[in-house]
Structure formats: structure tokens, C-alpha cells
Design a protein around this ligand. Sequence first.
Ligand code: DAH
Length: 345
Amino acid sequence: MSTLLEQLSTLRTETAEDIRQAQDEEALASVFSAVLGRQGRLTQILRGLGSLPREERPEAGRAGNECKRFLEDLHAERRGELANLAISEELSAEGIDVTLPGRPWTLGKLHPSTVALREIYTIFRGLGFSIYEGREVESDEYNFELLNMPPGHPARDMWDTFYTTAPGIILRTHTSPGQIHAMREYAPNPIRIILPGKVYRHEDVTARAESQFYQVEGLVVGRTISLSDLKGTVQHFADRIYGSGRRVRFRKSYFPFTEPSVEVDIDCMLCRAQGCRICKYTGWLEIMGAGMVHPKVLANGGYDPAEWSGFAFGMGPERVAMLKYAITDIRLFYTNDARFLEQMV
Ligand code: DAH
């Protein structure tokens, strides 16, 4: 018994010294396996405990385990030391140049379409409008029929449509179908909403036309809504977004879902209505289509046109941004040219 305890004590002192002396991971690993490995000296001593007389086993077992734990801890500690040493050696060998300037953070910016959309939201929020989101994949029924354009109606030609292989399923060509969704949801209550979102048109892409862009639709339904409410709303919007004192002009127009229909122009802020390339030398800029909601559309939405009336409008936020910042090519919005995007806001 006493020889076993002595053996353990010698082993402990020697191994502790070997561990402390180990200069790299490899040396440390060989010390470890020689003592604590499967065939290691300590492992063998522990294995032999079973052959001791019964009354000696507890004390010998305790001493053996204590020795094992001690050496294991010491080994783990030295391993940590060696790892840190390796890192600091590597760092000093690499010779980091702390005077080298860091890489600058590149800050993202909001896309011009988003900037325009948010400005529009802010203005209409101030007038008590909520935002209603329609769907981008629509049915022919909502995009056309319920907006007073039955199949074969010539006005459908105003929108070049992307059809899908599913019968009657299209990409919406305008945000107007959202009017029907909203009316069906809100009827028979008054409505004051804007409906922003992407729309899709099967068009040749040019400086003036994209095949996808945003629209912001507006819809107000109530018992006493008149064209003068539309005028006041548009005047307020024009003043807020393009600067106060804008002149606003309504021109008669045609949309199947409004009666009467108008095209809204404001005086060209780029040339102070003197006539320039952007306003095509007319002094006026078209900013939206609008009108009084057609009785059939009101009825399709679940409102009795004898009691209810409403106005609606539709505009393009990209166009809003183009006019505001004198951007002459709509394709710039979707070609991801950082030189263009960086100039915004
Ligand atoms: N949906 C029309 C378009 O895309 C724009 C429009 C015109 C919307 C008149 C309206 C409206 O709500 O009243 O060309």
C-alpha cells in the first residue's frame, strides 16, 4: 500500500514538472499520453487497484483519482498557455501595421422610389388616409371587369398586360383593383385610403416607360364626396411635395372606372412654367389620373351609388421623384447604378 501511494506521489511530481516544461502542443501531448493515455502509467496503476486487498482499495482509489484530476487540470491549463503563446508569436511574426487606415463603412441609402413613397405617405397620413395594400398577382376580374371593363372593352388596350398560364390570372397593370378589394372589405363604412405598390406592364422599356414601377392609388368614399374634395386634396398634395403655391389644372380625360375623369397637371417647377424639355414646352406637368368613382364601380364594391360617392386618383412615385429631382430617364431607378443611387438624399 505505502509503495503505491509513494508511486503515485512520484508520478505526480515528475509529470507535473514534465507538463510545465512542455514547450509546444506536441510535447505536451506525448507527456499526456505517457501518463494519462490508454496505456499511460497512471492509467495502469488505476487499473491495478482491483488486485489490492479489499480494505486498502478506498484510500488508494481516492489518491489515484485525486492525482488524475490534478494532472488533467494542469494539462488543460498548460494547453491554454501554449495556445495563447502560439497566437502572440504568430501576431508578432506577421507584424500588423496599426497605422494602416481601416476600411470605411459604406452606409446604405434609401432607394429614390422609397424616398418618394415615404414622402407621399407622410402627406396623406396628415390628411387622415390609411395605407391599404393590394395584391400584385391579380385576377382579370379585379384588374378589369369590376373596374367597368368587361372582356373585349377597348379601354383594356390602355394597359399592356402580363398574362400567366393560369386562366384569368395576371400581374396587375395598375393599383386600381385594390379599390374593389378595399371597398368590399370596408362596406358600408366611409373610406379614406392610399394603395401603394408595384405594377407590371408588358412594355418596351425606354427612358419614359418601365415594365415594372410603383403606383400610389387613392380612394375616398363617403356620403358627400365631390369633385371639389378631390381638387382640394390634390392642391394640398402638390403644395406639400413640390413647394407651396403650385398651380393645379384639371383636364378632362377618360378612365372606365371614373366619371367624370380628369388628368391632373401642375405648373412646371423646373422652368417656372416658362417651357422646357421636361414639360415639353407646355409649362405643365401631368402628375396623376383621377376622377369621381364610377357608379358601377361603387356598386361592385358594395356601396349604393344613390347614397355614396367617392373620388380616386392614381400616380407614379417614380414620376414624382423624376419631376422633383429632374431625372430624365426612368430606367435609372431599376438598373442599380450606384453612381445614380448615391446622389439621392
Ligand atoms: N389606374 C390608372 C392607370 O394606371 C390611373 C388612375 C386614373 C387611377 C384615374 C385612378 C383614377 O384611381 O381615378 O393609368
